[in-house]
Design a protein around this ligand. Sequence first.
Ligand SMILES: [Fe+2]
Length: 231
Amino acid sequence: MLRFALALSLLTGLISTYPATAAEIKQPATAAHTLPALPYAYEALNPAIDTETMQIHHQKHHQAYVNNLNQAIAGTHAAHLSLEALLAEVSKWPDAVRNNAGGHWNHSFFWQSLTPPASYKAPQGELKAAIEKQFGSLEKFQQQFDAAGLKRFGSGWVWLIRKNDGTLAITSTPNQDNPLMDVVTEKGTPLLGCDLWEHAYYLRYQNRRGDYLKAFWQIVNWPQVEARFAK
Ligand SMILES: [Fe+2]
């Protein structure tokens, strides 16, 4: 009886100091996904990507993926998974989770993949050697990457990935899919990705996706790609 009274008083105290429902107390609280800050200013990628595109892309598009993801997973087991763990089993969840979890991960990855043109450094070391071994040269790699990006019909992404056998490959995914998802045919560790949605380039380049891809190479954060490759 004493134990019961103690437990009751503890529970009462918990409820009074923490305004959560009983259902929330049973499960550990999980922080909602949030929009990451850009690692540079909105204007920093000019002239490759203009300021207004960056503002809309980050504040509107990426924020919407975050909001819609939180809404889609609220009250489900998915709310207790890391973003990567969710992508790895995304086939179990509705399309709203697939699209918005992908959108959130892809854009967070994309921002980190870019750097202001003045800070650009060409690839070097083991990554450079691996690219030359796989594709012949950096130029040939870029040509194949661009070709895959131009071939992607509609919206999607083009990727450089490291496959499970350790070799490099260029892949492309539709919509907000990515190589970490269990639903894609070509899986691997993303090293570099380029957003092919028109919202990424239309204000400056209109329908000229090829020009946008050409500019993309002026702002790739190769040291970041090398760090991913070294993991
Ligand atoms: Fe985008």
